[in-house]
Ligand binder design. Structure first.
Ligand code: GLU
Length: 480
């Protein structure tokens, strides 16, 4: 039989991988890691990456889920050379292959009723046999194809399927364990395992990287590929991701959707770096640029054992990338969080400056946006404990004096603002903190911020002076 290529298969491309999600929900971290490994393997080998949406389960697949997966892939910056292809658009092709298989005797129609199959299963169970179809219809020609039927693949009965899993090593399954798989249902729709086979064939897939939950499908798929005369790809089954308690990662461990990580304030670079290390490594190196990952990634170094998700490590990576990537780039991601938090950044410092000021102090972009609201918005309340500690009546004199000095500054810059604070402290004969802390609460509303000179410069003169005056009025009113 012939494959029907979906796109021109460049003979110079030696590796072609795919990511084949079922659009039944968001892109979760397990899927994202599989996609990443598949993508990296293609890139490492100057190959191609295909995206295929396995939407044949019409009841569970939704266009929203497809959109969510595409959005997740875009956010992670995993692009594909071919696709996205949709299985629901290829039913004609699958059926064409099934019809040819019927003609060639590689598959057969099965007219068995539900009742008969149930009886069969029941009696097999009673005899402690593995439930499997008994080929009742293989040589029964008494039916007409107009009668309701399914199509079954004629699985070999002898020997075994052996494959060398790139992650798990040699795997052997006896054909005696396998059933004559239904490849077309009574309603005429092809079944999941069959669609995967035809797609991997038509897309010239050389390496199938997927979750270990598919390991049982592999021998069945190999048998069908073999019957079709199709090349057998290399399979790599990647282990599960567990939560920190050793259970399968699920919502109760925190975020599992890739886009939730965006919402929680992570950079895609951090999540990608985290995921690549979760189950793969190169010595004890923790930080990998995209280029390094591509250069070093290899399926053979992917771990066979399950890996546990560790949010602290992800946070550490996130902070690393917030500190080291170009602030202007980080600012593009930060902008999303201001919008999400309803902070209008039109009036205020450049977002890249916020990144430079706050990367050291925040673990996520969400935190950074929340912690920098005062750069863009005025406020009339102050943090309560900061008020108690720093807005005693003794704070009025330093605030008035520093305001005077700041007003008189010729240049609103780091040196000038710093001097204004220093001179105020010196002239009043108090420590810098007695000036700096009330000033900090006055201009930021709380007692945590980057250094005062940096903060004042970013807030700007007009706003600073107005806020100091507000604070003075507030303290006076409070103590009147
Ligand atoms: N559609 C399957 C899933 O989302 C993947 C199948 C495959 O990679 O072969 O789990």
């Amino acid at each position: 039989m012939k494959s029907e290529s979906l796109f021109p298969l460049d003979p110079n491309v030696k590796v072609r991988t795919r990511f084949a999600p079922s659009p039944t929900g968001y892109l979760h971290v397990g899927g994202a890691r599989t996609a990443l490994y598949s993508w990296l393997y293609a890139k490492h080998n100057q190959g191609e990456f295909v995206l295929r949406i396995e939407d044949t389960d019409l009841e569970r697949s939704t266009p929203q889920a497809t959109q969510a997966i595409l959005e997740g892939m875009a956010w992670l910056n995993l692009s594909w050379e071919h696709g996205p292809y949709y299985q629901t658009k290829r039913f004609e092709r699958y059926n064409q292959v099934i019809d040819q298989m019927l003609e060639q005797g590689l598959a057969y129609r099965c007219y068995c009723s539900k009742e008969r199959l149930e009886e069969l299963r029941h009696s097999q169970e009673q005899h402690k046999q593995k439930p499997r179809y008994d080929r009742h219809c293989l040589n029964d020609h008494s039916h007409s194809p107009d009668e309701p039927h399914v199509v079954r693949f004629k699985n070999p009965t002898e020997g075994s399927v052996v494959f060398e899993d790139a992650v798990r090593g040699r795997i052997e399954i006896s054909n005696g364990e396998l059933d004559d798989l239904i490849i077309r249902r009574t309603d005429g729709s092809p079944t999941y395992n069959f669609c995967v086979v035809v797609d991997d064939w038509d897309m010239g897939i050389t390496h199938v990287v997927r979750g270990e939950d598919h390991i049982n499908n592999t021998p069945r798929q190999i048998n069908i590929l073999q019957a079709l005369g199709a090349p057998i790809p290399t399979y790599a089954h990647v282990s599960m991701i567990l939560g920190d308690d050793g259970q399968k990662l699920s919502k109760r461990h925190g975020a599992v959707s890739v886009m939730q990580y965006r919402d929680d304030g992570y950079l895609p670079e951090a999540l990608v770096n985290y995921l690549v290390r979760l189950g793969w490594g190169h010595g004890d190196q923790e930080i990998f640029s995209r280029e390094e990952m591509i250069a070093l990634f290899d399926l053979h170094s992917v771990s066979k054992s399950a890996s546990a998700f560790n949010t602290e490590k992800l946070q550490w990576l996130n902070q690393h990338y917030m500190k080291t990537l170009d602030p202007a780039y980080v600012a593009q991601h930060l902008a999303w969080h201001y919008q999400a938090q309803g902070i209008d950044t039109t009036n205020g410092p450049a977002l890249a400056d916020i990144v430079t000021m706050l990367a050291e102090r925040c673990k996520t972009l969400k935190e950074m946006a929340a912690a920098s609201r005062y750069f863009f918005e005025d406020f009339d309340t102050f943090d309560e404990s900061a008020v108690k500690k720093h807005f005693k009546s003794a704070a009025v004199a330093p605030l008035e004096k520093v305001k005077e000095k700041l007003t008189a500054l010729e240049h609103w810059d780091l040196h000038g603002t710093h001097q204004a604070i220093e001179q105020t402290a010196a002239e009043l004969g108090v420590g810098m903190g007695k000036v700096g802390m009330p000033l900090r609460v006055a201009v930021t509303g709380a007692s945590q911020s980057p250094s005062m000179d940096v903060t004042l410069v970013a807030i700007g003169r007009t706003r600073t002076l107005a806020r100091i005056q507000n604070a003075i009025d507030f303290i006076r009113a409070k103590n009147a």
